[in-house]
Design a protein around this ligand. Structure first.
Ligand SMILES: Cc1cc2nc3c(=O)[nH]c(=O)nc-3n(C[C@H](O)[C@H](O)[C@H](O)COP(=O)(O)O)c2cc1C
Length: 213
């Protein structure tokens, strides 16, 4: 089922501006992102869901005029933490500790893990930390692409935008965030999309996969 939908999906070039994605489908795609795994479970990124037409129009030049950002009904923006701080790591660990009601040895082990992470991440430079956080956001990005396909919602994975300009527009830096990727969501306008009928091209399995027995 998943493979069938992964063959159905493609990086949509033209969305039908008259067909918005229903809220229940957006909710499922967002939930798939929330459920995506992250390193140490820190979930070091936020997800923005943009429907505001004025903001979408302002994103158009930031995304080199790619019309998907105005024709899609929703744009997901994946925005990673700009660095790891002790406060952020502690908040994440405190949350798990409370949710799981950890006590005794389990709590000691959890706190030992917390301190290993604090010692490893907090002294590192912000760029290294941001790039680590950004990698986590790509896992959620992939889950969103797959869940959208499962729901037959079209999507365009996008890195082709000026991240600094998007951060400025959305006020992300003030929130300690930096944009990484965008995912416009909508429905294809097949008669105006040059890509829709073209063969899906992937490297042959024999070349792509190395089996080590
Ligand atoms: C991280 C990433 C960034 C991408 N950026 C863009 C983009 O800015 N604009 C666009 O039209 N397609 C973009 N693509 C789509 C790819 O070109 C496309 O996924 C790839 O050629 C494979 O084709 P398919 O997705 O149609 O199977 C991006 C894809 C990924 C995974």
């Amino acid at each position: 089922m998943l493979l069938e939908k992964l063959n159905w999906r493609y990086a949509t070039k033209k969305f039908d501006p008259a067909r918005p994605v229903p809220q229940d489908k957006i909710d499922k795609i967002v939930e798939a992102v929330r459920l995506a795994p992250t390193s140490s479970g820190l979930q070091p990124y936020d997800l923005l869901v943009i429907t505001n037409p004025d903001i979408k129009a302002k994103i158009l030049p930031i995304a080199s005029g790619q019309t998907q950002v105005v024709d899609a009904s929703h744009i997901l923006v994946f925005a990673a933490w700009d660095t790891y701080t002790a406060d952020r790591i502690n908040a994440a660990f405190d949350f798990v500790e409370a949710e799981r009601q950890l006590t005794g040895e389990a709590l000691d082990n959890w706190n030992a893990y917390r301190h290993r992470l604090l010692n490893a991440y907090v002294p590192r430079d912000a760029r290294t930390n941001f790039e680590h956080a950004a990698r986590q956001s790509y896992i959620g990005f992939g889950f969103a692409i797959a869940e959208a396909a499962m729901l037959e919602v079209d999507a365009t994975p996008m890195e082709g935008f000026d991240a600094d300009a998007l951060d400025e527009l959305l006020g992300l830096r003030a929130r300690g965030l930096r944009s990484v990727t965008m995912l416009p969501l909508g429905y294809r306008q097949a008669d105006q999309d040059w890509l829709v009928g073209l063969k899906k091209v992937r490297r042959p399995k024999e070349e792509f996969v190395t089996v080590i027995r």
